[in-house]
Design a binder for this molecule. Structure first.
Ligand SMILES: NC(=O)c1ccc[n+]([C@@H]2O[C@H](COP(=O)([O-])OP(=O)(O)OC[C@H]3O[C@@H](n4cnc5c(N)ncnc54)[C@H](OP(=O)(O)O)[C@@H]3O)[C@@H](O)[C@H]2O)c1
Length: 306
């Protein structure tokens, strides 16, 4: 059973985590820092970012902690953030996300879920790629969701309005996360790179992700849990283990996908899992890749898959 005790010594490694001021991103950054990593919290709100830095530093000794301003709903902000990152990068965790966000568009006109959850991370990763490629054994970990399992992605219409509930738009964006992780894995492999791309999902985690959800879901995700709700959501600290395993387990390999091993994949320590067959559809990966490059204007200088 993999636990946080298996994270290993991270001293000398630099990790950038998006959306690290709260929830899974915060827990991931906190535990990496405690293991010795220098962590960069990439957050959209400076005050929340500063509070996260203070909380991490108050937690005990570790690596360094700093912040970079990043609003994934703005390609200009993504570019500025990437320019501010100094030196080589051992780990990039594409974690930030919104679920059931109200109908809306990013600064560049992308549907909010697709824009923030996928396209912003696609652009950020492409802009930071040289810093990752500079480190043998570096990793990109994309945080996905069980919410993608029933989803379909029509790439030609990937930026259509979110629809009535927002759940389909969230699912499409999380499916895009998984397709991106696979597409990146194949391209890095084709390039013979020492950098790898993996994905992880947290199962159900009690975080602010439910901020736009109906009251019943928000109640079910509240911290103190009676009975059946404990089977659906776990504490963010435990839920972050999947991400941490993908990020640090020496045995983990590019293209892999980690998630909780308990009932329905919602809770429990992380295990190697598999996404739905469409995630491994190379043609779909390539179409999403081409559309993402076109929409963001960020080109990856990597060979296509082998
Ligand atoms: N919780 C779950 O049960 C669950 C299940 C499956 C997958 N996930 C995935 O896990 C990841 C983390 O979610 P979480 O549960 O930790 O949710 P969370 O507590 O709501 O944290 C989300 C983070 O993303 C940030 N963010 C949102 N929009 C952003 C933007 N435009 N630019 C930069 N940062 C932005 C938030 O910043 P602010 O605080 O400033 O809003 C926050 O730091 C997401 O990718 C989510 O899809 C979560």
């Amino acid at each position: 059973m993999w636990t946080a005790d298996d994270i290993g010594d991270q001293r000398g490694r630099t990790a950038l985590i998006t959306g690290a001021n709260t929830g899974l991103g915060f827990q991931t950054a906190r535990m990496l820092h405690a293991a010795g990593a220098d962590v960069v919290l990439a957050c959209r709100d400076p005050q929340r970012a500063a509070a996260a830095v203070a909380a991490i530093e108050a937690g005990g000794p570790g690596g360094t902690v700093c912040t970079v301003a990043l609003d994934l709903a703005s390609l200009a902000s993504v570019r500025e953030a990437a320019e501010q990152v100094d030196g080589p990068l051992d780990l990039l965790v594409c974690n930030a996300g919104v679920m059931l966000a109200p109908p809306g568009r990013t600064e560049d006109g992308f549907e909010l879920h697709m824009g923030i959850n996928h396209l912003g991370h696609f652009a950020l990763t492409g802009l930071l790629l040289d810093r990752l490629l500079a480190v043998a054994g570096s990793r990109v970990v994309v945080v996905a969701s069980l919410g993608s399992w029933a989803s379909r992605l029509d790439v030609a219409r990937m930026n259509r309005d979110r629809g009535r509930s927002g759940l389909l738009a969230y699912g499409r964006s999380k499916l895009a996360n998984l397709l991106f992780a696979q597409g990146l894995h194949h391209r890095l492999h084709a390039a013979g790179s020492g950098t790898s791309a993996l994905a992880a999902h947290p199962g159900g985690a009690r975080t602010d992700i439910v901020r736009y959800s109906p009251r019943l879901t928000r109640r079910a995700a509240r911290p103190v849990q009676p009975g059946w709700r404990r089977a659906l959501f776990q504490e963010p600290e435990l839920a972050a283990w999947s991400v941490l395993r993908a990020a640090t387990d020496p045995a983990a390999r590019g293209g892999e996908f980690y998630g909780p091993g308990g009932r329905f994949g919602l809770t429990g320590p992380p295990v190697l899992t598999r996404a739905t067959p469409q995630v491994y559809d190379g043609d779909l990966q390539d179409r999403l890749w081409a559309a993402s490059e076109e929409l963001t204007g960020v080109r990856y200088h990597l060979p296509a898959r082998v």
